[in-house]
Unconditional design. Structure first.
Length: 206
């Protein structure tokens, strides 16, 4: 199963195309799952200069492929009402939706990243996601791109910091273990290995 890392900002405005070649929408924003550890789906806008937001959303489970140039779906029928974004397929008939926390509905860019020992690491400028597989594969949040604070040796630089499997968020603050700073990287090259090593360390000390 292939895996790829990308910045969430790279997905904004990417066209949504069906297998029949229909250009049905473009990505507006990413919506994160209630726990913040995965991408739940995308809000959409119409195509064209004067097109506004669409009422339908695209749950991640409906994505056939997330490529470098377009997001592929089977057909326009997979787009769903916004209130169905968090409804599991087997719960759709009864409407059992898990609502995201308020901070996950909004944009986490600009949020402060704190360690669990209270150190301010910097502010989020982008979110790093890992896409693995097709047709129901995973789209996980694995790191933040941050503008580093005075506590970091490279103050003011833009760096990547890995995240654990589960996140803790409260208001404008995003929490990471202090040991995450040992796995900071400057770019995406090798960042996947840093995420794996960080998470393996957490499991080994839990």
């Amino acid at each position: 199963m292939s895996e790829q890392l990308m910045r969430s900002s790279e997905i904004a405005k990417r066209p949504v195309v069906t297998f029949a070649g229909e250009d049905v929408a473009q990505v507006k924003d990413i919506v994160y799952a209630p726990d913040g550890g995965a991408v739940a789906g995308f809000t959409l806008a119409g195509r064209g200069l004067f097109s506004g937001p669409k009422k339908e959303v695209m749950p991640w489970r409906s994505v056939a492929a997330l490529g470098s140039d377009a997001v592929m779906i089977l057909s326009e029928d997979v787009l769903t009402p916004a209130d169905q974004m968090f409804v599991a397929p087997d719960a759709a008939d009864v409407g059992e939706a898990a609502e995201p926390s308020p901070e996950r509905r909004g944009n986490i860019l600009g949020s402060t990243v704190l360690t669990d020992t209270g150190t301010d690491l910097g502010t989020v400028v982008d979110v790093i996601i890992e896409v693995s597989g097709r047709n129901g594969g995973q789209c996980d949040v694995v790191g933040y791109e941050i503008k580093s604070s005075e506590s970091m040796k490279n103050k003011g630089a833009t760096v990547l910091i890995p995240l654990p499997d589960t996140l803790a968020a409260s208001g404008e603050h995003l929490m990471v273990p202090a040991s995450a700073t040992d796995f900071v990287r400057d770019d995406l090259a090798g960042f996947g290995a840093a995420v794996d090593a960080f998470r393996a360390q957490l499991k080994g000390t839990s």
